[in-house]
Design a protein around this ligand. Sequence first.
Ligand SMILES: Nc1ncnc2c1ncn2[C@@H]1O[C@H](COP(=O)(O)OP(=O)(O)O)[C@@H](O)[C@H]1O
Ligand SMILES: O=C(O)C1=C[C@@H](OP(=O)(O)O)[C@@H](O)[C@H](O)C1
Ligand SMILES: [Mg+2]
Length: 189
Amino acid sequence: MRTMSRQHIPVRAKNIVLIGFMGVGKTTIGKLVAEKLYRDFIDVDAEIEQRYGMAIPEIFAQHGEDYFRKIERNTIIDICNNKQCNIVSLGGGAFKQEAIREVCLESCLVLFLDLSWDRWKERMDLLIENRPVLHNKSVDEVQQIFDERQAIYAEHNARVTTDNLNPEEVADYIVELLKLGWELHQPLS
Ligand SMILES: Nc1ncnc2c1ncn2[C@@H]1O[C@H](COP(=O)(O)OP(=O)(O)O)[C@@H](O)[C@H]1O
Ligand SMILES: O=C(O)C1=C[C@@H](OP(=O)(O)O)[C@@H](O)[C@H](O)C1
Ligand SMILES: [Mg+2]
């Protein structure tokens, strides 16, 4: 497939990329935003599972985290180079990689879904089974990862606070934010 130029993508045609810590709601909210805007939705983890025929925990268990990060990087670069107008939810660790931050910030509109540690903690039990990064970690160790990850999420175009909002409310807020940006013909930051 021919690689699209990353320059000069009109604001309205840019992919909308959702970043943030695991469990903040990127997959749930991304799907809702896509429905509300009649756009295609790509969940990068689901895309990897489909492309490689394995569930994410299985990839970690059989091939290790480094391999997962490599295919995560290749998948995201491929999406950024070959898709437009999509809503794209990344995995929470994707922005650890500079190459991913670069390609997303250069070609997409990056929205950071923010959730406080206190609200996130209440959700932890729901998340553990399918998130290998959380396995065999104490709450203090997870909080350390949560705190360390905030620096990588600091690179974004707009931040959306999700505390005390349900997924539908967050999605509605994002849709309004995007429409405002499109009216102004520029990404909101
Ligand atoms: N705003 C929200 N309020 C309450 N629960 C939420 C919210 N967003 C997501 N969830 C729940 O949190 C869990 C993780 O959501 P998910 O979309 O998979 O997060 P992520 O893709 O960021 O890891 C799911 O059980 C989902 O229903
Ligand atoms: O934060 C991480 O390192 C990860 C987050 C997960 O995605 P979600 O953020 O959608 O849970 C998934 O990509 C993988 O388990 C690693
Ligand atoms: Mg997800």
